[in-house]
Design a protein around this ligand. Sequence first.
Ligand code: CA
Length: 492
Amino acid sequence: MRCLLFCCLLSTFGYSADKPDILMIAVDDLRPMLGCYGDKNIKTPNIDQLAASGTLFERAYCQYAKCGTSRLSLLTGLRPDAIGVFSNRDKDVADFRNQNPNLKPIGQWFKENGYITRSFGKIYHDGWDNPADWSEPAAPGRPGEMLEIVDPENPSGPTIIADRFACPVMQSPDVPDEHLFAGRMTRDVMSLIAEPSEKPRFIAIGYRRPHLPFVAPKTYYDLYQPDATWLTRFPSPPENVFPVAWFNSDGYQGAARKAGLTIPNPPNREQAIAWNGYEMRSYQGVRKNGRLTESDQLTYIHAYAACVSYIDAQIGKVMRALEKSKKKDNTVVVLWSDHGWHLGEHSAWGKMTNYEIATRVPLIFKGPGIQARRTSSFAELVDIYPTLCRLSRIEMPTHLEGDDISNQLIEAVPNSVKTAAYSQYSRYNGKYTGRAVRTDRFRYIAWYDRDKNLIAEEYYDAFEDPGETKNLIDQLDEDKIIECRSWLRKSK
Ligand SMILES: [Ca+2]
């Protein structure tokens, strides 16, 4: 009955008999610092326009606030526990695939269902591509393209790939968009979109900025002059939480050693603040430890914003190419980021926490039958796979763990599709695992040791304390704590 209703609605809203094209736009490390998400400083007219003509999820969350695992989860439709890959080690993902030879990621599934599938830029974590997903080999760019910089010796020459630990944290070269990979990739995608195709197409485009290093043409840096109002109002970590919960440099001890430094292990609160955000600190030009001055903070926020606007401009070009194409009325566009990003919140820079700021992501759908609206229904990145299957009217594989949230797009069901979103994070190679649930009312995080003993808990009131600065777990009565624990998903 529900399916029948849904099909009627699809035809009511002008679905054509042809399967829609899919245009999947991934933006790396993009927190919802976008005009359409209420940010007053950023200039993102193109994403804002996309959002105004589609459905924007105000409460969308990643399942793991780090590139590799988050993307594997989204692209396979499995949650991180079912994948078991928590590192960025190539061997771990190879083991996962060897153990699951019949598991079809979304690209492969669409390909086997009649689509031409293509991949540009960063879709999987770099180096983790699954060639069976794509009709033609993926076009990720050069090995190490993430570290693309302008050659200081020859700024107008071809860009170069920096050495990871000699890479500047930012550059603002006075070059045209196409001088950098993102601009060149955009040009290639625009050509592809302009080509007619007999078969429906699934085109995945992955932008690597605003991931570090913050390299964008000067034009976009010139858009901003940040002042102190841009600084976070929540620079301190919560008081009564063990630092492992918010210290996101645990995976960078080797990187620090290369610089002749030792990150305290385990750090106390002051040490954790001093060494937090080492992913960014490991780039050249950033102080390696100690609190960043306000001036430094504004410099990095400025650089991040410039990269966001650069990518926004590229997305605008892609959307205009789509508008000119024959498939303009029959293409589902979905824009997502793999996780959020701390710009000083909780003393952190970068991703890799279980908090709102690192787990909340932009998620926007636009396409035939999709309403122009905003929804506060929860959404998870793991929902994208089943939802795109439904919108394309292809069967869903049985392994999917996410929810089909297409009724938020087509039917505009009141905010009742999902009541929570789940994230998790593993620290010190699995020595500690934090499991988080965000409900309408709160965020609860439980930390476990390797033997799955509960060792710490966090509870933040989502209404009273949106910055998640006060861990209220000690103030909850036992019934409430039991209720919080019951919300968590069971780990394997
Ligand atoms: Ca990322």
